[in-house]
Every structure is written in structure tokens, then in C-alpha cells.
Design a protein around this ligand. Structure first.
Ligand code: 6PG
Length: 465
């Protein structure tokens, strides 16, 4: 028997993805070292389509139709290299390996070059949407070997999420373009998550909202321009009872946020490229701050918080909605700006309209507003920055007074809102024609003869201060 599609790594993501492939009419074979995982797929797959599983690598390889299409859904890092090494001696020239994990884009570049030298094609594809997305329709961000993309395209288009008739997948660019785009997607994800967290704390502490009221607020927001996966699941989270029977689950969850590194990579590379992504940066830092739970508790006792005067609930909700909308926009704007620059720097030739389009469904950062963002980049192909889009100028302008009010109020009250305020400061800086960096330049020249440029003539200048 031969199978059209092979998948290595039958964890939850892999199993769900391959079931999705089979359900869409493609014959698929899964492989996992652990027989119980192969068995789990066999059981679930029986009713779904032509899908089989093996824990014998030779059996797996020989049962795949040539040229083989093998997708890896294994944890990013060394395991990917290990799996590639295991596969390599058994593959034939012209076979294709697709890495569907959150691999670092530099690793993807390295693997692509290595596999090319062995005659094997490589596609690095970001896959977003979690376990549910993998099963019902993820957003897929492939990049790499364009010449063989048509071989996998029908499968990807069939399994991907669908937005108004368009599949949420597109070939994005050469080399590590797909993994890079997924990395920035995750950076944006970190930003949006932190922002919803800040709104939660504001609603609870500044408005006295209880969990069920917060649930209702996010539910309402999800009906409007904030419509998004993260706002939707937030409302569901606030309605969840503790399965251990203690009351509301959210109150029992330890406030230490973990991370696997993709948000941090976005920030690190933003710094390398000289592209500011402060909302993402601070969201990574807040996860780091959250880890110091006992120190935070100790410090809380030492420093008195200002007295909070409660804000009327309706008023507060009305302050939060435009602020969250604005800050979501700034987060997308930063991520897309980084993609624009990375495209130049790494030759990805990215199309920001296409990327916004394939983010409209399936992925974690999907949101109604992405359709408008996609239109903005479609109408103005050369658009350098979302803040310079005609479409968004008025919308953003209308939010600003409210954002200022909310951020001031939160800061006055000692409620940490670093992502909201970073978004606002980013906006303020980006819309200030003359920043105090003339002083920085003067200082650099003063202590280090680093020279400065002038506003009134060309050249570089040094002054004996
Ligand atoms: C997705 C997610 C996913 C990511 C998790 C965990 O698009 O489905 O981005 O790929 O692994 O969100 O990320 P952290 O552990 O870093 O929070």
C-alpha cells in the first residue's frame, strides 16, 4: 500500500494534523517511535479516512509514494535534527521534508542548505491553531523550496482553515520565510495575550468586576471590532468552574507564565534588525517578571500601593475597549513592520497582505480586524507601516484620548500596564517628528567623539565640547 503523505511525530498536534489530512481524502501514514502513539492514531483514524500508523521507520519509508512528502511535527530543536538524520539514509533524491514545528528560522536555513546538499527538498512551515486548529483547520505558513510547493499545496489548502472561501495557507517566500513569519505571529500572540491580561487586571481592580462580569465584557467585545480568538477564549476562561470543585478556575491558576521562546526570538531579532517591537518586548519581559512570584510577594509587602478609587463599571468598560483595540493594532503594526524589514534583510520577498489574509482564520492571532489590515496592505502595496495607512489613521486617532485616560488612570492606581503603555508610547514616539535624540547624539559626541549629523547641512560633525 502506498500513502500520499507521511507524518513523523504523533503527539497531539501530529495526530490531529494527520487525521485532518486523511479526512480531506488524502491517504496518510503516521510514524512515531512509541508504539502506543501509533496505536492511538490507528484507533482514531479508522473512522476518518485512509490513515495508518507505524513505529517502524523502514516500513514507514517504503510505504510512502515517491517523491515522498514527509512532514515533521516534533518539538523544535535537536529532535528535528535527529529525525532528519534518521530519515536521510532512507530517502531518495527529490523527496520532500516539511518541518511543521516552531523551529528557529536560523535552524531552518541551516537545515535547508544541508538537505539541499543531499538532494532533499525542505519546506519550513509554521502551523498555528493549537491542537484544535490542527484537527479542524490551522493557519499554515510555508516557506522554502518553491519548486516542490505545488506537490504539497493541495493537501495544505484542503486541511487549512478557511476564511470566506480562501484557505489560510500560502507559499510565503524562500528559505526560512515560513518559520520567520510564524515566529512573528507568536510575538504578536504574546503581545495580545499580555494586553488582554492587563485589561483583566484593570477591570478587576479599577472597576471591581468579578469573573462572571469580566466574562460578559469579553463576550461583548468579541461581538464588535475586538472580535478575535483570544478575546473569545478569554470570555470562556472566565466562565470556567474549577473541575476540582473550588469555585472559579481562573482564581486557582498560579500567576507565573511559561514560555517556549518564540516570543523572545521575535524580540531578539527585532533588536538585530533595528525594528522596534516594544509591545512584544515588554510582553516577553512580563512573563519573566511573573516568574519571580515569591520576590513579588515580598516586595508587595514592602511598598504600599496607591489607594484605588473605583471607576464606574460602564465607564471603565468604555475606556478599555478602544484601548485594547488600539493596542492590538499597535501590536500587529509592530509585527508587520518587522516582517517588512526582515523581508528586505533576508530576501524573503514577503507579501504583507497575503500574510494578514492567512492569519484571518485558524491561527491564535486571528481577529476580525486582520481583514481590514489585509485590505490596507492590498490597496497600498508599498505601505511601510500601518500607522501610515489612510484606512487606519482616523480609527487610531479616535482611540487615542481614551487610551491616554485609561493608561493614566492605571498608572495613578499602581496597576501595571506595561504593554498598554508601551503601545501608547510607541505611537507617541512614532508620531513625533522631532525626538530628543539630538541630545543622545550630542552626548555620544561629547564623551566618545562619535560625531553627529546636522539638520541644516550634509556631512558628519564633531565638536570639542
Ligand atoms: C500557535 C501557538 C503555538 C505555541 C504556543 C505556546 O500558533 O498555535 O503559537 O505554536 O507553541 O502558543 O507558546 P509559548 O509556550 O511560548 O507561550
Amino acid at each position: 500500500d502506498t500513502y500520499e503523505f507521511g507524518l513523523v511525530g504523533l503527539g497531539v498536534m501530529g495526530r490531529n494534523f494527520i487525521l485532518n489530512v486523511a479526512e480531506n481524502g488524502f491517504s496518510a501514514l503516521g510514524y512515531d517511535l512509541m508504539p502506543e502513539k501509533a496505536e492511538a492514531l490507528r484507533e482514531e483514524g479508522a473512522a476518518v479516512g485512509k490513515v495508518a500508523a507505524s513505529s517502524d521507520l523502514n516500513e514507514f519509508i517504503t510505504a510512502l509514494a515517491k517523491p515522498r512528502k514527509i512532514m515533521l511535527l516534533v518539538p523544535a530543536g535537536k529532535i528535528v535534527d535527529q529525525v532528519i538524520e534518521d530519515l536521510l539514509p532512507k530517502l531518495d533524491t527529490g523527496d520532500l521534508i516539511i518541518d511543521g514545528g516552531n523551529s528557529h528560522f536560523r535552524d531552518t536555513d541551516r537545515r535547508e542548505a544541508y538537505l539541499k546538499s543531499k538532494g532533499i527538498y525542505f519546506i519550513g512551515a509554521g502551523v498555528s491553531g493549537g491542537a484544535e486548529g490542527a484537527r479542524r483547520g490551522p493557519s499554515i505558513m510555508p516557506g522554502g523550496a518553491q519548486e516542490v510547493y505545488p506537490e504539497i499545496q493541495p493537501i495544505f489548502e484542503a486541511v487549512a482553515a478557511n476564511y470566506a472561501g480562501s484557505p489560510c495557507v500560502a507559499y510565503l517566500g524562500p528559505g526560512s520565510a515560513g518559520n520567520y513569519v510564524k515566529m512573528v505571529h507568536n510575538g504578536i500572540e504574546y503581545g495580545m495575550m499580555q494586553l488582554t491580561g492587563e485589561c483583566y487586571q484593570i477591570l478587576a481592580q479599577l472597576g471591581g468586576f468579578d469573573n462572571s462580569e469580566i466574562r460578559t465584557v469579553f463576550e461583548r467585545w468579541n461581538q464588535g471590532r475586538l472580535q478575535s480568538f483570544l478575546v473569545e477564549i478569554t470570555s470562556e476562561i472566565f466562565g470556567k468552574e474549577d473541575p476540582m470543585g473550588t469555585g472559579e478556575l481562573i482564581d486557582k491558576i498560579l500567576d507565573k507564565a511559561r514560555q517556549k521562546g518564540t516570543g523572545k526570538w521575535t524580540s531578539q531579532n527585532g533588536m538585530d534588525l533595528g525594528i522596534p517591537v516594544p509591545t512584544i518586548d515588554i510582553s516577553v519581559s512580563m512573563r519573566a517578571i511573573s516568574a519571580f512570584k515569591t520576590k513579588r510577594e515580598e516586595a508587595e509587602k514592602r511598598y504600599k500601593k496607591p489607594a484605588v478609587s473605583l471607576v464606574d463599571k460602564n465607564l471603565l468598560e468604555a475606556l478599555c475597549e478602544p484601548s485594547l483595540y488600539f493596542a492590538f493594532l499597535m501590536t500587529y503594526a509592530q509585527g508587520l513592520h518587522q516582517l517588512r524589514e526582515a523581508s528586505n534583510e533576508y530576501g524573503y520577498n514577503l507579501n504583507l497582505a497575503t500574510i494578514s489574509e492567512i492569519w484571518r482564520a485558524g491561527c491564535i492571532i486571528r481577529a476580525g480586524v486582520l481583514d481590514d489590515i489585509a485590505s490596507a496592505f492590498k490597496e497600498e502595496a508599498a505601505l511601510e507601516h500601518l500607522l501610515l495607512s489612510g484606512e487606519f489613521t482616523e480609527r487610531i486617532t479616535a482611540c487615542i484620548p481614551t487610551v491616554r485616560k485609561l493608561v493614566s488612570k492605571a498608572i495613578e492606581s499602581g496597576i501595571p500596564v506595561p504593554a498598554l503603555s508601551a503601545s501608547l508610547s510607541y505611537f507617541d514616539a512614532f508620531t513625533t517628528g522631532r525626538l530628543p535624540m539630538n541630545l543622545i547624539q550630542a552626548q555620544r559626541d561629547y564623551f566618545g567623539s562619535h560625531t553627529y549629523e546636522r539638520t541644516d547641512r550634509e556631512g558628519s560633525f564633531h565638536t570639542e565640547w
